[in-house]
Structure formats: structure tokens, C-alpha cells
Design a protein around this ligand. Sequence first.
Ligand SMILES: C[S@@+](CC[C@H](N)C(=O)[O-])C[C@H]1O[C@@H](n2cnc3c(N)ncnc32)[C@H](O)[C@@H]1O
Length: 252
Amino acid sequence: MSQAIESPPRIIAPEIPDDSITTVAAPAPVPVRIPQPGDDTLFNRCAWLYVLFRDKLFRDDTDRMINALWPNGARPAAGMRMIEFGCGPGFYSCGFAARFPQMSVLGIDRAPRQLDCAKRKARRLGLTNCRFENDDVLDLAHADESFDLLIAARLFTVLQNSKRAVAEMYRVLRPGGRCLVAEPRYAAWASLPLLAMWLVARMTRIDNGCCEPTRAIVLPPNEFKNLFASQPWRNVKVWQDGRYQYALCEKI
Ligand SMILES: C[S@@+](CC[C@H](N)C(=O)[O-])C[C@H]1O[C@@H](n2cnc3c(N)ncnc32)[C@H](O)[C@@H]1O
């Protein structure tokens, strides 16, 4: 369970001045469907198509994430336990595991075929410090304070309850643990894989019972920032870089 909020976290947002944040108009809400028991997901049925977008079209943020987490050439300590929420085909889990053999990486996702792709990628790269599990980021099967580091990329674009996911992020991190979240800023661009997967699923009549929205959920900067204020982090830093926005949080 998430902890009670005792005091608001210190929010640092150097690249988003507060006056610019308050003037941003919220986009029209994305129609969402609450996932039902027995639902499947496009990420499962059209796994190959998402892998294509992930590998060929989206920006590789590995270096940016590493530099944000360990500035000035610092590197993770031996034995560090990292988890990725909504790892999809394992792009970042494998990337971090390959870069830092001293770290153990666990990627979790609810789409078994994404996990198959991730496992194949880890095998291809000969990674022995990287594994993948089927789990729900809204109700994770891991004890409190199990991880030192958590990353999530593009997860909120398809998540109906991002506040609940942030509560789980807080819960599974140890005190002093950190999470880094990378999310797109523009719905049109971020929606491309969803539109393509819906199209293929409809054309091949495998769209029945899929729970994803047709348009990516993209949080405006003030909502993105406020989302992290829902947990009592010691520090929250949010910033933007090109088409992406980031949050780096440290647990008390
Ligand atoms: C847009 S993809 C991002 C994948 C990967 N992080 C990347 O950067 O390419 C979102 C992923 O989150 C997964 N996902 C969505 N809701 C989830 C949940 N409740 N629990 C676990 N995984 C979830 C989806 O199956 C999908 O693989």
C-alpha cells in the first residue's frame, strides 16, 4: 500500500517556469475504457508492430536517462536492483543491463508477447543480469522497498490510472531510491503506434476486447508535474527536452 502523504515534496522544475505552466491549456480528455477482467491488449495482439515503432521510429533516450540519473560520469553501484514499469519489448531494460553488468534489471509488462520479444532481445545480447515478468504496474507482486531504481518510458500514454502507478513506484522503491519517468509531450506523434495497432487489429478482426485508447494520453506539463506531487518524494525534478518530458524523483 502507498504511504500517507506527510508533507508535499520539493518540486524542482528548472526548465519549466511556473508562469509558463499555468498558461498551458489542457487538451480534450482522451476517451478511456476501464480495463475489464478478460480484456486483452493491442500490445499483445500486435506485438510486432509496436516493436517496429519502438526500434525504428522512437528516440533512443538511453544516454539521456543515464546522464540524468548519474551526472558527471558517476555510475551505478554494484548490486543495484532496477525495475522498469511497462517495459514493452525490453528496449530500455536491455539497454541498461548491457551498459551496466553490475546491476540487476527486471522488466515488467502485462503483455506476454511484449515480454517474449524482450526475452529474445536479452538472449540475443547475451545478457545474464536482465529478466522479465508478467505483472500489473497498478498492483505489483513485489514487496515494499524492493528496488533501488525504477524507470518507465511512454507508460502513461496508455494507462488509465497513472496516479495509482506512481503510488506503486513509490511503494516498491527503497528509501533514497529513485525513479525516472520519460513521457512524450505531443499526442499526435505519440498516438501513431496505437493508431497503427488499432488499424491492423480491426482489419484482421482481432480488436475485440482490447483496452487501449485510440489516442495516446499525453499529460500537459502542469498535470505531469502534479502527478508526482501525489506521493511524498524528497525531491521531484521535472523538465522537457524536445518531444519528451521527464520526471526524476527521490524517495524519502
Ligand atoms: C507504449 S508501451 C511502452 C513500452 C516501453 N516502455 C517503451 O519505451 O517502448 C506501454 C507498455 O506498457 C504496458 N502496460 C500498460 N498497462 C500496463 C499495466 N497496467 N501493467 C503492466 N504493463 C502495462 C503495455 O503492455 C506496453 O507494453
